[in-house]
Design a protein around this ligand. Sequence first.
Ligand code: UFG
Length: 340
Amino acid sequence: MAVLVTGGAGYIGSHTAVVLHEAGRDVVVLDDLSNSSPAAVDALRALTRPDLPFVEADAADVDAVGRAIADHGVDEVVHFAAFKSVSGSIADPDGYHRNNVGSTVGVVEAMRHNGVSRMVFSSSCTVYGEPTDLPVTEDSPISASNPYGATKVACEELLAAEAEAGGLDVLLLRYFNPVGAHASGDLGEDPRGTPDNLVPYLMQVAVGRRESLSVFGDDYDTPDGSAIRDYIHVVDLAEGHLAALDALAADRGSRGCTAVNLGTGTGYSVLDVLAAAGRVIGRPVPHQVVGRRDGDIQRIWADPSLAADLLGWRAGRGLDEMLADHWRWQQRHPDGYAAT
Ligand code: UFG
């Protein structure tokens, strides 16, 4: 039996594929490479097995997903395939809905046609919007603050309804802010164009690809005025998916549809991250404070206790390790996969 990883050539998907392979799962990767690179598949094969099955297809293509399931004896699915840029979603809301919701519909239909019932879904803490109470638990109010977030809310609702109708058991994993890279330095995050996210941008400054990081706002209601997030090592996050699949397979209170936060429970400000990056890299990272970014929330961090109780999973890697691993990847691949 095998696990299908849609979006498995992407940042979180590729790290998860490695962790699942190392745990003894037969992994099948499906990705349309619309926001990832064939070189990521090569890197993944180098870290797993040279003949790791890779299907180049859109996850919205029910027939292609169904064929991948049937051809490889798939009995569980981790569904990552989605666009993830907040600014991209504001520019192209219908495209984001078509891609993110459409792929989820496609995967669910293909699973149903082939009698596959266990799914782990890639959701986001963006579904909490700007929280009023911290830390956020899975029962905190849901409110999308941008079209990307709205697609995650829509997918969660669809999957909950499918589970209610019967035939699907799904864990909705709500990620906080993933950073870091595989310890080898050969698998990592390779954003196309200008990075939206803090750590990829900061690392491109540190490696000399960009001049200076803009810190978006120092007038938030936080101790140093910059915004706070719960940064989590991408390999911890990947291990959370393994724990989720194991919980579904063992039916540990995971029938139906359950949302689970994957975070560390600790918040760091943008200036905390800059200071830690300066320590890890060995020199300060050039930066300047500018105005707030539209659509940003000021503070969020997770209550990760349900993940510990239900999945037996806790994040173990700290901020310095996340940044050191990200830096290793950036140094070994200054121009991302393009140069490999
Ligand atoms: N930031 C900067 N400068 C930058 C980039 C980011 O100061 O160049 C700041 C942001 O303002 C924010 C923090 O760094 O305060 C983190 O920003 P990211 O863009 O790295 O992450 P976000 O928290 O905005 O977004 C992430 C994911 C989204 C997801 C969201 C949920 O990228 O997919 O978390 O809260 F929707």
